[in-house]
Design a protein around this ligand. Structure first.
Ligand SMILES: Nc1nc2c(c(=O)[nH]1)N[C@@H](CN(C=O)c1ccc(C(=O)N[C@@H](CCC(=O)O)C(=O)O)cc1)CN2
Length: 290
């Protein structure tokens, strides 16, 4: 079997086009564009790239992009003061604090300080709780994008065996909640899971989000499974060149899977498209609450 390669770049672009159309309607109705402000603390090179990509995509969708780049020794109090100012700014519909934050800052405290109505990352405890209770919520962008790719590939996933590898707050836990919301039978595997290969072998849907290059081997995969690779690991190849690889051994996995996402060009572009969709959703909700 040779898997269908899911084109996240094309799907992400289509979603961004839909968002841009929604933004144009929003501007016509409310006389202003939705605004997304991104906060970056420090100089992590990958984070700086993601923040630049988010700003460009925001502007391209017709929204107002704000950016605060703070030095790595910024105090937690200063960051909390900035978040409070953004919470109070009526032109800001979405606030995103780029992760990871420097170690001296308590990430949970900062995320909990964001107004849940502007929490376009979906990381605030209110949105986390609403998602796990099956209520309408701002949902974390990466797992929301994964769910779109999965349901577009498979259709109805009720009753399907789904395995999420990784239990992070950004991907693993919300991914499991979203799959459960679609009535899949969900297992979460993590670093203490025994016999990961056996769990992968039983799964019709595999979402790998652990940050271990090539962890999931092709021979583990159930023939025909839908394999979603969230890993974005920078490794140096035998040629000395750096490249991006996923958590799934793509070359062996594609010979057994029914569908598979590549890295790059799979889940990554869905993250940014999902962020724009969440910003429009937040703007609409705030406008109708005003
Ligand atoms: N506040 C947040 N911080 C982080 C999040 C997040 O959702 N919210 N996720 C990740 C990083 N991330 C967005 O911030 C992100 C990762 C990857 C991509 C992407 O498009 N990747 C491309 C490759 C790009 C490259 O060459 O580096 C791909 O996979 O095709 C976008 C966003 C951690 N932090």
């Amino acid at each position: 079997m040779s898997a269908i390669i899911i084109d996240g770049k094309a799907r992400g672009l289509a979603l961004r086009t839909d968002v841009a159309a929604g933004v144009a309607d929003f501007v016509a109705a409310h006389g202003r564009a939705p605004g997304l402000t991104v906060v970056l603390v420090g100089q992590d090179p990958a984070s700086a790239v993601y923040v630049r990509m988010k700003g460009a995509a925001t502007r391209e969708a017709g929204m107002v992009s704000g950016e605060h780049v703070l030095p790595s020794d910024t105090s937690e109090a200063a960051l909390l003061a900035l978040v409070a100012a953004l919470n109070a700014d009526p032109a800001v519909d979405g606030i995103l604090v780029q992760l990871p934050l420097p170690r001296h800052i308590d990430t949970d405290r900062v995320l909990a300080a964001i107004d849940p109505a502007k929490d376009v990352d979906g990381f605030h405890p209110v949105n986390v709780g609403r998602l796990s209770a099956g209520l309408d919520a701002l949902v974390p962008c990466t797992p929301a994008g994964c769910l779109l790719l999965i349901t577009e590939a498979l259709g109805d996933i009720a009753g399907k065996e789904a395995l999420v590898i990784g239990r992070s707050n950004i991907v693993g836990k919300p991914m499991a909640a979203l799959l459960l919301g679609q009535s899949a039978t969900v297992t979460i595997a993590h670093s203490r899971t025994r016999d990961l290969a056996a769990h992968v072998g039983g799964a019709e849907i595999v979402v790998a989000a652990v940050g271990v290059p090539g962890l999931v081997k092709g021979e583990w995969i159930r023939p025909g499974a839908c394999v979603i690779d969230v890993g974005t690991n920078r490794v140096t190849g035998a040629d000395g060149k750096a490249r991006l690889v996923g958590d799934v051994d793509f070359d062996s996995a594609r010979t057994r899977a029914g569908w598979i996402t590549p890295v790059p060009g799979g889940v990554g572009p869905m993250t940014i498209a999902g962020l724009l969709a969440n910003t429009l959703k937040a703007a609409r909700a705030r406008a109708s609450a005003a």
